[in-house]
Design a protein around this ligand. Structure first.
Ligand code: MSP
Length: 639
């Protein structure tokens, strides 16, 4: 039976535009939601915007808009961004929604009626940026730690929530549920905060100062403090108190936040729920901060990263993968575009992309694009632990994903990708293909590789849904969401022999930083851009005569382990000697269309005159010849 799973993100302030940090949290929520769908949970995913308060009022004023016009404008930036990043939220809540306002008033009244909200005069140090009072203990050198400004002394009569009353209960709850706040470092942070006496929380703001907020149900002259209003979105969005969604999903609720808002979520929120007689949430999942080149992302530093820009340059799935793989959930990470390019080229283009195109190319070359049958006898010799490696990867993945340890889950998937790449090197399908008596072995090897790719395509689905679907299509699996279910992935040998596979595609073209253009350079694990070569003008480039050539004949060069002698048709016949014998057999190359530099000065290699050069990627020991997507006439110019 399906188990419910409920995930929320913070609702974002509308006083700033969405950036990389917001994107990371929301993509993480999307990934965990997709993962839970894979294990057949019924899921609900809530995100939205936090729209009341002084900050918003001031931001609206700066833009000469009314608060309502302003919040509509910025909220829609968030709302419209999420589909572009393939975020699959079920609901987008706004704290200006009618139903949310009703719920806030209801809970306030409930707590007021129990006596846990009281009225009192208070003089304190108030930070306008944070919209809250600070105690001496919380200030750093007398300044607000977030805004680095000196708070102002304000004397005001206000309403207070008896938060201190729940201190012992909260400590006890955290200790009895060690993974209530995770990772552990944040649990410890909250516990250490709770070692000091917990003050009551001021939950109102006088209308003489702020009008943009939810009026207290028991005093017209005050609006609700933004945090007391905002946190309640997590239940108002589910239709508290008697909505069906509330009944089903609240008991399994999980929040994702970053460390900046640990205190409101780790202390205010559970005590508010307790005071209102509502069961508290199950887990608070806290991640670290994205900095940019080691500095805090900020408007004033001008280093705010726009997620859409990155998506447009590098592709959405690559961007999602990078964020989840690069950040160890819970720790800070520093964003750097070169690191993104490097990961994209090594993990995606080299490890996964190459594996996928190599295997599919072999399926086309040796079996006319059909999934081969596997031979049960040969299987014993040719499994080489592959099925066990798949099982190990799935088990590690299932251990890490529910803990939000996305980076570890992805490491496990990439270890399996590494095993598949090794499997090719060990079984050498191109050698098997040469010998007719080894046809069964070849079938089994290619079948196993396709099966491995099927498992990979399922495991990457939560992080890279588009790529997973593209792989699925090219593995001949009918488009069907159940394909991604973990149960199905665990079963080995589910691809149907004789299924016709579409021609392969390139999953991830190599890229260079900022331009997003295909690269010619970096090899596996090398930092990009790698060239160190002088910049050239277009004139230098157009001096090259690049042509498409069809390989019509190929043979080894005697006594030269690395060299092959090729005859290439480029509209005229050329002989080319190429150092690719350790990566290709003559059979592999026959009939292939390659790109050659046709105006290279001829040179003699091992006594053979070479009249050109073939373009190839040199990937460590491996050489991969550049080929074309479609066949064209020999001699066609490449520009
Ligand atoms: N409105 C409150 C949240 C109320 S929830 C009931 C708020 N909004 S916010 O716009 O400031 O969003 C803060 C959240 O945005 C962080 O907790 C995190 O999820 C995300 N991030 C914003 N900047 C970030 C980074 N630089 N790095 C990672 N995530 C960050 O607080």
């Amino acid at each position: 039976m399906a188990t419910p799973f409920y995930i929320t993100t913070p609702i974002y302030y509308v006083n700033a535009r969405p950036h990389l940090g917001h994107a990371y949290t929301t993509i993480s929520a999307d990934v965990i939601r997709r993962y839970h769908e894979m294990v057949t949970d019924e899921t609900y995913f809530l995100t939205g915007t936090d729209e009341h308060g002084d900050k918003v009022m001031r931001a609206a004023k700066n833009e000469n808009l009314t608060p309502r016009e302003y919040v509509d404008k910025i909220s829609s930036l968030f709302k419209n961004l999420w589909p572009e990043l393939h975020i699959s939220n079920d609901q987008f809540i706004r704290t200006t929604d009618k139903n949310h306002i009703l719920v806030v008033k209801k809970i306030l009244q409930q707590i007021y009626d129990t006596g846990d909200i009281y009225y009192s005069e208070y003089e304190g140090q108030y930070c306008f940026g944070c919209e809250r009072f600070y105690t001496d203990r919380e200030l750093v050198n007398g300044k607000c730690p977030d805004h680095e400004t000196k708070p102002e002394i304000i004397k005001e009569a206000n309403y207070f929530f008896r938060m201190g009353k729940y201190q012992e209960w909260l400590i006890d709850h955290i200790q009895k549920h060690p993974d209530f706040i995770r990772p552990e470092r944040y649990k410890n942070e909250v516990l250490s905060f709770l070692k000091e006496p917990l003050d009551d929380l001021c939950i109102s703001r006088p209308k003489s100062r702020i009008t943009w907020g939810i009026t207290l149900p028991f005093d017209e002259n005050y609006v609700t403090y933004v945090w007391f209003d905002a946190l309640l979105n997590y239940i108002s969005g589910l239709g508290y108190p008697d909505g069906e969604l509330y009944t089903k999903y609240w008991p399994v609720s999980q929040h994702i936040i970053a460390k900046d808002i640990l205190k409101p979520h780790g202390i205010y929120w559970p005590t508010m729920l307790k005071a209102a007689g509502i069961p508290i949430f199950k887990h608070l999942n806290v991640h670290g901060y994205w900095n940019v080149d080691q500095s805090k992302m900020s408007k004033s530093l001008g280093n705010v990263i726009d997620p859409l820009e990155l998506k447009n340059v590098y592709g959405l799935d690559a961007f999602r993968y990078f964020l989840l793989r690069e950040m160890a959930f819970g720790l800070d990470s520093s964003f750097n575009e070169e690191a993104l390019v490097s990961r994209l080229n090594s993990d995606l283009a080299n490890d996964l992309g190459n594996l996928f195109s190599r295997v599919l190319a072999m399926a086309h070359k040796y079996f006319g694009g059909e999934v081969p049958d596997f031979d049960t006898d040969t299987e014993k010799d040719f499994d080489l632990g592959l099925e066990a490696h798949a099982g190990k990867a799935i088990a590690a993945y299932q251990e890490h994903m529910p803990q939000f340890a996305f980076h570890k889950a992805l490491v496990a998937v990439w270890e399996f990708i590494g095993e598949l790449n090794k499997y090719i090197d060990v079984t050498t399908p191109w050698v098997l293909a040469k010998n007719k008596t080894q046809r069964k072995q070849l079938e089994t090897v290619i079948y196993n590789l396709l099966e491995g790719l099927r498992v990979i395509s399922g495991l990457i689905y939560p992080v890279m849904p588009q790529t997973a679907e593209a792989m699925q299509k090219h593995l001949g699996i009918p488009p069907d969401k159940t394909f991604f279910k973990i149960q199905g992935l665990k079963k080995w040998k589910t691809l149907k022999p004789k299924t016709q596979l579409p021609k392969s595609i390139s999953l991830f073209p190599r890229v260079e930083a900022t331009t997003g253009t295909p690269a010619s350079g970096p090899t596996r694990n090398e930092k990009a851009p790698p060239s160190g070569k002088p910049e050239i003008t277009i004139d230098h480039f157009t001096d090259l005569d690049l042509r498409v050539g069809t390989i019509t004949h190929c043979e080894p060069v005697p006594r030269a382990k690395k060299l092959l002698k090729l005859e290439v048709d480029i509209g005229e016949k050329r002989t080319i000697v190429s150092g690719i014998a350790e990566s290709y057999t003559p059979d592999d190359l026959l009939g292939k269309q390659v790109i050659i530099i046709a105006n290279l000065k001829p040179a003699k290699l091992m006594g053979v005159k070479s009249e050109g050069m073939i373009l190839a990627a040199v990937d460590g020991e491996k050489v991969v010849v550049a080929t074309l997507d479609h066949t064209v006439a020999p001699g066609t110019k490449v520009s």
